[in-house]
Design a protein around this ligand. Sequence first.
Ligand code: BGC
Length: 543
Amino acid sequence: MAGGAIVSGPGGRTHEYAKGRITPFVVLACFVGACTGLVFGYDIGIAGGVVAMPEFQKLFFPRVYEATMAKHESHDPFCKYDDPMISLFVSVLFLAGIPGAFLGSLTNNRYGRRPTMIIGGAFFFVGSVLMAAATHVAMLVVGRISLGVGVGICVQCGPLFLSELAPAHLRGMFNTQFQLFITFGIVFAQVVNYSVQHSPIGWRLSLGLAGVPALMLMAGCFLGPETPNSLVERERNDEARSTLVKIRGTEAVDPELEDIIEAARFARATSKGSWASLFERRYLPQLILTIALPMFNQLDGINSIMFYAPQLFDAMGQGASQALLTHLIIGAVNVVTTLVAVLTVDRLGRKFWLLQASAQMMAAQIAMTAVIATQMTPTGGLSPSATIGLLVVVCVFIAGHAWGWGPMAWLVVSEVQPLHLRASGTAFGTIVNFLMSFVVGQFFLTLMCQCKAYVFLFFAGWLLIMGVFTWLFVPETKGVPIEAIEDELIKKHWFWGKVMASVYRAADEADARNPITSDLMAARKDAAALANVKLEQDDRKGS
Ligand code: BGC
């Protein structure tokens, strides 16, 4: 079929999906989904700089201000930023994001992806207004919590929205837009912080501008589509078909639609409810991946740099302003290297980048330790050449996250969930990720104060474990339709297939006893047999 691709559908059935074309509509939709990353990134990039602004500290945390001033005199450069209030302000957002992610999974199942993102954007917008206008700490805290809930909802929804809209052969490119927009958000925030640092209301501008990406997200949602998968899940099949036609740019969407409908019927017949099913034994591999990958997305140590690079480089003897500039350079490298992932993920695959990144980031962490341990003076100074050397290895480290553990972790987690677990699975992944972000945000400065130059070896050790885990247990999801990943990759995986064999057998037997699922299984067998005959005929014609 011209322009078509033979791909496997659920249950090993082989379908010809029309590749279609990239329509303006799907580009708009992709932009909307990616704006969830923008919202997230802006917040990651803004907090560290704002808490370092003296005007902000004086108004809300006068004791922190005095302590910070005193600590600037401290003889131990590794400890001068170790302040629980600063850490809490940065990381509390992630705690607030946890109920947000949960809420997002509920609204996702009930109302769909688009309303969920609008709700997330609204929470974020309200939070940014409250914070920018804050006159006392309570207002600031309520604003930060509202912001956190918004981020939780958006991060739970964005990657799955993108994965569902994407044609199978471009799913990696679509989904990694989420990470790309996180990096845009971070740089945007860093530029804002850098530009307003000397203004007495600089912190108000920094916090208030968070409303801009939230408004972009909400406006985009009103114009963009719902995903066909979510429409089918809510039994709106006709709308799903017309959306598929619009986003694929072709009328030949029925094989893809049938697979989605079938996945939804199968889910309805077997599911005990989105959250309860997540913990069923037959979904254990998915659950393990949903815990491990988002956790690893943090345990590579990225946020030690993203949150605290200004403090780190200041501790290495750069002035605060110079350190903010260094942060900006790091942000720019983050954007450019994420683009590499966007452009190559559907050719090179997810595992390639995860393995490559594990090795690269581990080497960079060891090099960072070596530079700091051997070159730093006891009072915290690095020579200009050692500072440049450190900046270079930090950038190598950032690049590893940007084309590896950043985008690929979010991507694979959204891909491995079967349809009925997708909202709760991605919510659970977000919760795990936020908990780890909180831990890193809260304890990194204390860890640095304790471990000094060797703090980065902690993350290097984790990177070794992460590489081995990926090699052994992560399936390569490149090019396989999203509703076929469970049957084609997880059930046939060398390890999961073997250890789960008896569980899968029992589940198949139960499905065979259930009238709906047994019908579906028979239909799948017939379709697979037909497709095989067709493939054989095509082969004969070809030879
Ligand atoms: C992580 C964020 C991190 C960002 C940096 C994302 O993958 O989830 O926590 O700050 O990458 O670009």
